[in-house]
Every structure is written in structure tokens, then in C-alpha cells.
Ligand binder design. Structure first.
Ligand code: NAP
Ligand code: ZN
Ligand code: ZN
Length: 366
């Protein structure tokens, strides 16, 4: 156990090594730091794999204007438990587990009790770049690292049979798309549109298809048309082709919009059938400041709705993991060593990934 003799819970004593960014505009590079000691409810994990979410890229590049440097990204984590606090009952050393976007919350407020820890009234502790009330007032560091610590409530047990590298992106891309598909009842008879075929988008296609929905993919990438069909799409539309977009007007009940850049959301609202809903998942650069333009008539003439959805709570994440295990759904991944992380970021921004990069953390020691 990498604990210091006599150290108190919360003291920064656990040695960690990962990849961090020190300043906007720089590259991610090796970084040594310390994590808090294992408290009674904590679980310490040796990270095996970590997915690269576009949110990691937005955050590293300070595109949301709230990055605290230095930062270690990574919230699609699979690892092995190496130590547990004395009150931990559900997990033991050796268990294979997943950790997603959160590592703590108050556990007592209405939102936590309702299983929506992401909206904890005291503020959920996010996996990285979040104030860590348990860690001496510092901030959290993510999973591009050899180890990770989290409150046991946020550590999910995985089946040891799984393809572990491919399971990692379920911890964000999986739950973020599963949650709105369930909430808006994707299923037989429902026409679901997925905008953007990236990490989130390709999971949304697999999940919506498995739920029995009719799936249309809207992509800007010609080179993804064949894949979209293989992943489960019944129809694929090149979204920058006005004529094709026109031909699908009023034909979709639920749109899951995963685009990572500012785009014409109004054009997608016009594709909704009466009473249809578009759910925004993407948080492009400057999206905290810059609004999308939506014509009131686009919503009024058809009783259409615009909504958003933020990851998913822990109960629902477990439900999603069970669902994916039952239906044998895992993301399509490209496994990379950590030394290629900066290149992978650039490729992801160019939409050049099929469909999620996952870092093999054993490469850290190379
Ligand atoms: P990703 O893998 O990079 O996929 C984004 C896709 O958007 C691209 O593959 C591309 O699809 C499309 N796209 C990119 N630039 C575009 C442009 N200029 N115009 C039109 N389409 C464009 O990203 P991701 O990891 O899936 O994340 C997507 C977004 O969701 C990010 O903003 C991320 O921060 C956010 N996110 C939100 C939550 C949440 O809880 N709401 C959780 C995780 C991530 P095509 O090539 O098919 O056009
Ligand atoms: Zn994410
Ligand atoms: Zn709470």
C-alpha cells in the first residue's frame, strides 16, 4: 500500500505520476504529484486504462475559461483496487472497477438522494479540476495517471470478463448518451437522430439501435457513412448538404446532439416532428458565454422542445454498465500509449478518431 506511516486521512501523501498540462497552449507532459491519503470511505485504484473525452480537450485548452493549472485530465477510468478505507464494505483489493466524471458528493441532499449526484446541492466533486474537500483544499487530478482515489460510492464494480480497455469510455460517453435515450424513451417506434459521430455519438447510435429505435446519423464526415450503418444507423445524412437536410424535415422524434463545436442548432430543430425534442450534450468552446440562435417559430410551430443532459447519476451509471454487458455493447476504440496523447488530442479535434482514444496506462512506465 503506498501510504505513509501515521499519515492522516486527507493528507497529500500518496505518490502519483501522470500527464499534466501546466499552462494554456502547452502540451501535456509527465508530472509527479501527490494524492490524498485513503480516508475511511475511500478506494485507491491502480489505473489500467483511461479514455480521452472531448471535455478533456476543452478543459486542457481552457476553452471553458475555468481551468486550474496544473491539471491532469481523464474521467473514463478502469482500474484495479489497491487499497480501501476501513469503512469500505462493497469493494476489496483486486476488484476491477470503473470511475467516471465524479469522485464525491455530499450524499445527503435531495439531488444525491434522488441519484443525481451530478447536481449535488453542495457541488459534486468532479474527477479532475474540482475543489477537493477531502484533499486539504487542493483540487482533484484525473485518470491520465498511475493511480486514482475516490469515495467508494463513485467506484463501480466491473465484470472481470469485460474487454477492459473498451469499457473505459462507458464511464462518460456511455452514461452521457444512455441517460437521455432512457429519459426520452428511445425504443421501438421512436425515430432518433444522432448529430456528430464521435465518442459520444457512436455510443448513442449503438445504444439507440439496441433499444429498438429507428436511428438516423447526421455527420459532417463523408468517411463515416459506412461506419454509421455498421454501428446501427438505418439512415445517414451529410448535415452540410442542405438538400438532404431539407428532405428529412419533421421526420425525427428525438435528436441527441453531440457536436463539440458551435453549429446551427436551429437547422436540426426543423428536423423534429411535432412534439419532438432536441437534447444538447456538446459544450463547445465559449459555450458558457455564447448562446445558440433559435427562432421562436422553430419551437412554437410543432410544440418542439430544446433540452440538455449532464452525464448521469451513479445508480443510472450502474444500470448502463449492466445494460451494456447484457447487450454486449462496448465503444470502438483506438488504444494508444500515453506518449501519443498530444497527437491524439489534435486528431480528435479534426474528428479523426474511430471512435474513442483509450490510453493504455501501462505505457506510463515506458
Ligand atoms: P468527439 O469525439 O470529438 O466528437 C464530436 C463530433 O462532433 C465529431 O466527431 C464530429 O462528428 C462533430 N463535429 C466536430 N466539429 C464539428 C463542427 N465544427 N461542425 C459540425 N460537427 C462537428 O467529442 P465527444 O467526446 O463525443 O464530446 C462531444 C461534446 O460533448 C464535447 O463538447 C464534450 O465536451 C461534450 N460532453 C458533454 C457531456 C455532458 O454531460 N453533456 C459529457 C461528455 C462530453 P462528425 O465527424 O460525425 O460530423
Ligand atoms: Zn467526458
Ligand atoms: Zn448532495
Amino acid at each position: 500500500m503506498p501510504l505513509c506511516c501515521g499519515a492522516l486521512p486527507g493528507e497529500l501523501v500518496i505518490k502519483a505520476v501522470g500527464y499534466a498540462i501546466n499552462k494554456k497552449g502547452r502540451k501535456l507532459k509527465p508530472f509527479r504529484f501527490k494524492r490524498r491519503n485513503v480516508g475511511p470511505n475511500d478506494v485507491l485504484v491502480n489505473v489500467l486504462y483511461c479514455g480521452i473525452c472531448h471535455s478533456d480537450i476543452h478543459k486542457v485548452r481552457n476553452e471553458w475559461k475555468n481551468t486550474i493549472y496544473p491539471m491532469v485530465p481523464g474521467h473514463e477510468i478502469v482500474g484495479r483496487v489497491i487499497s480501501t478505507g476501513k469503512a469500505v464494505r462493497r469493494l476489496k483489493v483486486g476488484d476491477i472497477v470503473g470511475i467516471g466524471c465524479m469522485v464525491g458528493s455530499c450524499g445527503k441532499c435531495d439531488m444525491c438522494m434522488a441519484g443525481q449526484e451530478q447536481f449535488c446541492e453542495k457541488g459534486a466533486v468532479m474527477t479532475y479540476n474540482s475543489k477537493d474537500p477531502m484533499g486539504g483544499g487542493g483540487h482533484t487530478y484525473g485518470g491520465y495517471s498511475n493511480n486514482m482515489i475516490a469515495d467508494e460510492r463513485f467506484v463501480l464494480k466491473l465484470s472481470p470478463m469485460s474487454d477492459l480497455a473498451a469499457v473505459a469510455p462507458l464511464m462518460c460517453a456511455g452514461i452521457t448518451t444512455y441517460s437521455p435515450l432512457k429519459r426520452w424513451r428511445a425504443g421501438p417506434g421512436k425515430r432518433v437522430g444522432i448529430v456528430g459521430l464521435g465518442g459520444l455519438g457512436h455510443m448513442a447510435v449503438k445504444l439507440a439501435h439496441s433499444m429498438g429505435a429507428h436511428v438516423t446519423v447526421f455527420t459532417t464526415s463523408k468517411g463515416k457513412i459506412k461506419d454509421a450503418k455498421r454501428l446501427g444507423a438505418n439512415d445517414v445524412v451529410l448535415s452540410d448538404n442542405k438538400k438532404l437536410m431539407e428532405s428529412r424535415k419533421g421526420s425525427i422524434d428525438l435528436i441527441i446532439d453531440t457536436v463539440s463545436a458551435m453549429h446551427d442548432v436551429d437547422a436540426f430543430i426543423s428536423l423534429l416532428a411535432p412534439n419532438g425534442t432536441i437534447v444538447l450534450l456538446g459544450l463547445p468552446e465559449n459555450s458558457y458565454e455564447h448562446p445558440y440562435q433559435i427562432k421562436p417559430g422553430s419551437l412554437i410551430f410543432g410544440n418542439r422542445s430544446v433540452s440538455g443532459s449532464n452525464i448521469g447519476g451513479i445508480r443510472e451509471t450502474q444500470e448502463m454498465l449492466d445494460y451494456c454487458a447484457k447487450h454486449k455493447i462496448v465503444p470502438d476504440i483506438e488504444l494508444i500509449p500515453i506518449q501519443k496523447v498530444n497527437e491524439a488530442f489534435d486528431r480528435a479535434v479534426r474528428s479523426d478518431v474511430k471512435y474513442r482514444f483509450v490510453i493504455d496506462m501501462s505505457s506510463l512506465s515506458a
